[in-house]
Design a protein around this ligand. Structure first.
Ligand code: TGC
Ligand code: FAD
Length: 394
């Protein structure tokens, strides 16, 4: 079995800006990940399976709804703790973090923010422990970057509504117990509905053939005249702004998570470069290797500062959607670049599963695309600074 030697880089002593509680939460997650997930992740990645048996453990480390109050079964942590947990999970594998992000930010967050008291009491405590798993259906086959065009719709039918349509690329879908689904009512207004596995006409076929994020289950959601009780509609918010607000929370977690993947790649590259000898000397002594390592740690340090500051703003309730987009975009980009450079430092060994680098690199191709593509986030920043949206052709 491989030994996990990870030591996280902290060039600017960022740890001095964390509380003792933050460090304890990070350490607890790191130890659990090292013990329970690191030894099995390669096999799951290779087999394209999610290790369902670790779900209760994810609940125990607080990875499901870290900021959900204790009243609803969550640990009631702050936003920086949430970020640190995501960082430790993605340090191991983006698919692991994905499962937790979807459950936390895309399922628990909307139920907590806009659910009725009955919905909160029914679903949140079970989601917090992992007794129940959720997924989030926004993307459709013809509406990815432009979710506002969605075709999924429902019609009023007495005490229930009848839902039709389909969603694609849905993380956790194949084994989720519930789906938070975004669909239009008869007036064309978007609402969130909680659809439960077992409702007649609702199916979740698994999508196969992914060469990225293989340790995360992805599927479709198909609604064929599904009768959804009206009590399952989220009453507190409607319009595209509702699912986009959930994305803010998930994108924030991804900013922390991708930094974890970047730090893992850098840590391995630094160690390998000191151990690997060529031309009678450690490759770390070559200027070109040092250039790669110096640039990696510089980008990681800048991203750590950006991300922690964003966490402080989130704690104060002051982070804007555009600030979150900037961090998601930046951290995905630096993580992918660092994974590519770390792969080169490892030479041929870098393409094997001896190291997690190639797996991170392949995973990050999904992460740079989902939750808003790299270019969509660039356009969000462009719109924010100019006041002019460049998404649509008039
Ligand atoms: P637009 O007209 O700009 O906005 C519609 C309404 O939404 C409001 N809004 C936001 N609200 C909260 N947070 C945000 N980030 C928001 N962005 C916009 C906006 O104020 C407006 O409100 P109102 O009251 O005026 O109606 O919308 P648009 O149709 O022009 O689209 C804008 C665009 C392109 C930025 C947006 O649609 C977008 O972000 N597209 C990307 C789609 C995306 O990210 N999909 C992700 C699907 S989920 C996923 O990938 C999960 S992966 C999970 C995992 O495994 O980790
Ligand atoms: P498209 O929107 O078709 O984009 C294709 C290309 O066109 C991109 O390069 C894009 O940047 C570019 N483009 C599009 N519009 C513009 C524009 N206006 N200006 C400039 N360029 C533009 N979705 C969910 O709802 N729930 C999930 O749980 C979920 N999980 C996912 C898991 C995985 C592994 C993956 C890969 C995706 C997941 N998604 C999920 C879907 C994801 O959010 C979408 O793939 C993403 O939003 C992009 O949509 P698309 O793939 O349809 O690409």
């Amino acid at each position: 079995m491989k030994t996990d030697l990870y030591i996280h880089p902290d060039y600017y002593n960022m740890d001095s800006m964390l509380s003792e509680e933050h460090k304890l939460i990070r350490e607890a997650t790191r130890s659990w990940v090292k013990k329970e997930v690191v030894p099995i992740i390669d096999e799951n990645y290779e087999n394209a399976t999610f290790p369902n048996h670790i779900i209760p453990g994810l609940g125990e480390v607080g990875a499901f709804g870290p900021y959900i109050p204790e009243k609803y079964g969550g640990p009631g942590l702050d936003q920086i703790s949430y970020g640190l947990i995501m960082q430790e999970l993605e340090r191991c594998d983006s698919g692991l973090r994905s499962t937790a992000s979807v459950q936390s930010s895309l399922v628990m967050y909307p139920i907590y923010s806009w659910g009725s008291e009955e919905q909160k009491e029914k679903y949140l405590p079970k989601l917090a422990t992992g007794e129940m798993i959720g997924c989030f259906g926004l993307t459709e086959p013809d509406f990815g970057s432009n979710p506002g065009g969605m075709l999924s719709n429902y019609k009023d039918s007495g005490d229930h509504v009848v839902l039709n349509g389909s969603k694609m690329w849905i993380s956790n879908a194949p084994f989720a117990d519930i789906a938070v689904v975004w669909a239009k009512n008869e007036d064309g207004r978007i609402h969130g509905l909680i659809v439960e596995r077992g409702m007649e006409g609702f199916s979740t076929p698994e999508m196969h053939g992914k060469l990225s994020l293989r340790a995360s289950a992805t599927g479709e959601l198909i609604f064929d005249n599904v009768k959804v009780p009206k009590t399952n509609i989220l009453p507190g918010k409607s319009g595209l702004g509702a699912p986009l607000k959930c994305l803010d929370s998930a994108r924030y977690g991804i900013a922390w998570g991708t930094l974890g993947a970047a730090m893992d790649c850098y840590d391995q590259a630094l160690r390998y470069s000191k151990e690997r000898t060529q031309f009678g000397t450690p490759i770390a002594s070559f200027q070109l290797i040092q250039k790669k390592l110096a640039e990696m740690i510089t980008e990681i340090t800048k991203a750590q500062l950006l991300t922690l500051r964003l966490g402080q703003l989130r704690n104060e309730g002051k982070a804007t959607s555009a600030q979150i987009s900037m961090a998601k975009r930046n951290n995905c980009e630096i993580a992918l670049n660092i994974a590519r450079e770390a792969r080169q430092i490892h030479g041929a060994m870098g393409i094997t599963d001896e190291y997690s680098i190639m797996r991170h690199m392949a995973n990050l191709e999904s992460v740079i695309t989902y939750e808003g593509t790299h270019d969509i986030h660039l356009l969000i920043t462009g719109m924010d600074v100019t006041g002019i949206p460049a998404f649509k052709k008039e």
